[in-house]
Design a protein around this ligand. Sequence first.
Ligand SMILES: NC(=O)c1ccc[n+]([C@@H]2O[C@H](COP(=O)([O-])OP(=O)(O)OC[C@H]3O[C@@H](n4cnc5c(N)ncnc54)[C@H](O)[C@@H]3O)[C@@H](O)[C@H]2O)c1
Length: 298
Amino acid sequence: MGALEGKVAIVTGAGQGVGRCHAELLATEGASVVVNDFADTAAGVAQAITAAGGTAIAHRSDIADWAATGGLVNAAIDAFGDVDIVVNNAGFVRDAMSFSMTEEQFDTVVGVHLKGHVTTAHWAAQHWRAAAKALSDGELPKQRRIINTSSESGLFGGPAQMNYGSAKAGIVGLTRILAKELGKYGVTVNCIAPRARTKMNENIAMFAPHEGDGFDPYDPAHVSPMVAWLASDAAHDVNGKTFIVTGDEIHVMSEPQVAGTIMAGDERWTVEAISARREELFAQDGPAISPWGGPAMR
Ligand SMILES: NC(=O)c1ccc[n+]([C@@H]2O[C@H](COP(=O)([O-])OP(=O)(O)OC[C@H]3O[C@@H](n4cnc5c(N)ncnc54)[C@H](O)[C@@H]3O)[C@@H](O)[C@H]2O)c1
């Protein structure tokens, strides 16, 4: 029996690349899959999954379109009765340096990545909240999942990608927010930053076609087992985390921490006083801070 038997998954941007690999593996693990893409490739992927013995339908829509994404979530519920797993993967790049980028390049890339994660989360969360509220006393909510897609450009900063990288950094923040909001409805929310050879990056030298029969570190199919695992019940206690996933490597990112603190002692800081104590600020010790409503952390 597969790890996702009986579950219903939506994979956005699954017409090719990493998303196609996710859709195929989730189906192999037993999920019924809605293959989303705004390109007409979605139908072929759904047909290939069905031909291989899996269960899938295609839904062609633009993930940056708020209302159309409501239709995507409804299509999953209409076809398969529910939606348990949302894999937010769709996207494209329009790289340019900050001084050259157009408004259109900025808006469309932030739209497909950051807004394209928010749209699915909004509609799926509405459905999951209603389902949880309909439970009888003592009945536990079903296990649900959102798996988001960031990028090392967002984690470490990619030049010529102030649109893409800032959207991808926003997706890491969004992951933490949704993880805190939706836990009570049985939903965990995690994030991956993949690295693989796809149409998005095939012109970059490091992603040149693999030679020989050995392990191809940039085969996009290597990214999908981590997504399937995060989607499974086995990962029920993993929430709000970001992972870099590539080839045979899985890395978990550390969580943000306060690295140093200086306190003026019931006085407003002055520029001179900050200068005088900069060594102390960057010395990586000092008292911990309590974020809004949270426990003290360093
Ligand atoms: N390939 C990598 O090394 C890499 C690295 C970091 C992050 N990523 C991320 O992984 C995800 C998948 O990228 P990929 O490399 O497979 O790229 P890809 O170009 O092969 O696939 C992206 C898919 O998303 C679809 N898509 C684009 N905009 C859409 C929209 N508005 N609505 C619905 N579908 C849409 C495209 O049609 C395409 O099928 C992206 O979010 C990308 O930013 C990839």
